[in-house]
Design a protein. Structure first.
Length: 134
């Protein structure tokens, strides 16, 4: 398992046509869909406080990133077109979201379906734990 430690991304680019954030670290480049970044936001609104399970959010398939800003030398803050802007994406968080994308996304889709939610309908209900094994 690679630890980014004090590494910072070598490049961060918004791709508005494909709705993806490209984050490059030395040796790794990740394309992270805006929808994925929104539903896995590191904010308390999504992640909860402490050991709470994550809020399950649907309806973000076509979400846009309207702003990106640096936060010191350790994170970025994304503003989404639904008004969400409270999550700070640290370099470690971005690295982990990239590294774990496939497994996180598959678990999210299963939980969305089990809750009767759609990626297209704007409904947020329930909770899910992305580390839970089905």
């Amino acid at each position: 398992m690679t630890n980014t430690g004090d590494q910072i991304p070598t490049a961060i680019k918004l791709h508005q046509k494909s709705l993806q954030l490209e984050v490059s670290f030395p040796g790794n480049t990740y394309l992270l869909p805006y929808e994925y970044l929104r539903v896995f936001s590191p904010s308390a609104e999504v992640r909860g406080h402490g050991n709470q399970e994550m809020t399950l959010i649907g309806g973000k398939k076509n979400i846009q990133v309207t702003d990106i800003e640096a936060v010191g030398r350790y994170a970025i803050k994304l503003t989404f077109d639904d008004g969400h802007d409270s999550g700070l994406y640290t370099w470690q968080t971005l690295y982990e979201l990239g590294r774990d994308y496939q497994s996180n996304w598959q678990r999210y889709l299963k939980r969305l379906q089990a809750a009767g939610l759609s990626r297209s309908s704007d409904t947020a209900v329930g909770t899910f734990n992305p580390k839970h094994n089905d």
